[in-house]
Design a protein around this ligand. Structure first.
Ligand code: ADP
Length: 142
């Protein structure tokens, strides 16, 4: 299996609910390498750019408002099969449908406020990591 990158974002609800530590613990227990991690906040314009693919969806405005409503923690992750393994660890978009033991089952509150983001393809993993981190910021030997 190939080494892949994926972008985790601990969303504003995850930060507000004091789950940064719990989520990072699950990331490390699952064997992901953390290449970069920061606490930051994004404007509605930047949130809109990040989620541009969803522009036509009915929930776009709500999503942009939510993602710019408080601090977030983008985390650049790497491991073999990172895209699929991270999607499996976070669980379904809607926490009501997420499997037991997944991050969203444990920490998400609704389909919109669902604690974490995960890239959905190898290409998006690379691009989304680059959205938040300069290559020179990433640590490859942690
Ligand atoms: P995922 O994050 O699981 O890849 P999507 O790419 O479909 O899910 O959607 C991106 C994000 O948009 C979701 O994580 C969630 O925060 C929000 N979202 C998706 N569907 C809805 C919805 N029906 N109502 C409100 N927010 C939604």
């Amino acid at each position: 299996m190939a080494i892949e990158r994926t972008l985790c974002i601990i969303k504003p609800d995850g930060v507000r609910n004091q789950n940064i530590g719990n989520i990072v613990a699950m990331i490390q227990a699952a064997g992901f390498r953390i290449l970069g991690l920061k606490l930051t906040r994004i404007s509605p314009a930047v949130a809109g750019e990040f989620y541009g693919v969803h522009k036509e969806r009915p929930f776009y405005g709500e999503l942009v408002n939510f993602m710019s409503s408080g601090a977030i923690v983008p985390i650049a992750l790497e491991k073999e099969n990172a895209i699929a393994d991270w999607r499996a660890l976070i669980g379904s978009t809607d926490p009501a449908e997420a499997a037991e033991g997944t991050i969203r089952k444990k920490y998400a509150t609704s389909k919109g406020e669902n604690a974490v983001h995960g890239s959905d393809s190898v290409e998006n993993g690379i691009n989304e990591v680059a959205f938040f981190f300069a290559e020179s910021e990433l640590i490859n030997n942690a």
